[in-house]
Design a binder for this molecule. Sequence first.
Ligand code: G3H
Length: 492
Amino acid sequence: LIKQNTYLVNGELKEWKGEMTDVFSSIRTENDKGEFAPTLLGSIPRMQEEAAQEALSAARKAYDKGKGVWPTMKVAERITAMETFVEIMKTKREEVVKYLMWEIGKNLPDSEKEFDRTVEYIYDTIEDYKQMDRDSAKFHKNSGVYAHIRRGPLGVVLCLGPYNYPLNETFALLIPAIIMGNVCIFKPAKHGVLLLSPLLEAFHKAFPKGVVNIVYGRGREVAAPIMQSGRIDVLALIGNSKSAIALQDQHPNKNRLRLVLGLEAKNPAIILPDADLDLAVDECIAGTLSFNGQRCTALKIVYVHDEIKDAFLQKYAAAVDALKFGNPWEDGVKLTPLPEPGKPDYIQELIDDAVSKGAKVINKKGGEVSENFIFPAVLFPVNKEMRVYHEEQFGPVVPVLSFSDIEEPINDIADSSYGQQVSLFGKDVYSLAPLIDNLVNLVCRVNLNSSCQRGPDVYPFTGRKDSAVSTLSVHDALRSFSIRTFVASKDN
Ligand code: G3H
């Protein structure tokens, strides 16, 4: 059990004396009464407005109107601080990985990957920051104006990460924001919060006081008052647009707020008649159901051409049924308990709605339930009357549609509220080329004969429409969290 009763504010690990909230794992273990029940993992502070204001004052003081120690620190020293952080972090791998498995149910290989990928992300960010054009001079001959152009911080960042990547995606916001000289208030996600406990010491040791302030609690009790103060310069959030909009609405002057948002998506797979079926099935399995479909980049709708739909559905449904369910640390486990207690019921609602409107669950195990899990259901044929066509399911249910004319999926993608990625399966380059040219104007990444994904983290990660505001990647995030300014002088 972790009793996380310290919090980091103003460079101090302070003891929290107020109310605590229990943190449970959806993984069931036997309790004292001999019943199998959600496992109590620990507890975290339930902070309220006063603690939120304390963190905000600490952050504003550290930024100190742009003249604080951190925003004015020499580049080499800031890099040293970040290196100190990552070196300490590396020593916590085992503990963090254990909590990734218990808190969010991510399987062992993916939990290890999340940790290692985050470490790599930090080193790559340091390298990119070293190479960055932060300081340059220009001369405009006609006007005689010299410009000394710099790239600098934006101010105080409120940072909120998602439960599905509580380490990696949170750090994909936090690390570039910090290294660019901003100061941060960070509220961890509800699931995946204890895994930060082993890292508090690293934040505490590596950075000057007030640069990173970590608060715990409910969004409306902690994040809302921080936004209402109007003293936040950047809202950095990966999660759902409802939360992002609710937080923006709290800010008294939204025009003053810079947004770095990674939001929902409904990425489609399009399977053309000449696709390599085995490859398409393998990639669709990974794309739709890695981490039970709880990824913003997951394939959340599949379009298959009429000519090959029967063969595809048969192979895909059998491959889904062959996936092993179990606890995250067990060998070969792909499907795991769902961290959100309400998720199995929600998925069941989507299945029931689709079935009542004419779809069938085409895999044998589809929809089998236990308390903390529902086996992935493949639904066919799905139509636009069904909720599963529109909603970002973020869980184990896969809607499949067939098409005879490629304009059908293209029109749907153009009409969608989202625009993150698409996966395109086919062989004929002459048919693929114009499609790719069309799709890149509708989404931000086209994956050829492969599933959608965010990595490698060096490539731009963003979305059109309701899927994102701003761009993340090792390279782009440094720019998203900074601004170019210049000093002008005239050769008189
Ligand atoms: O939840 C959305 C994540 O950014 C997905 O990342 O494609 O690396 O799993 P991933």
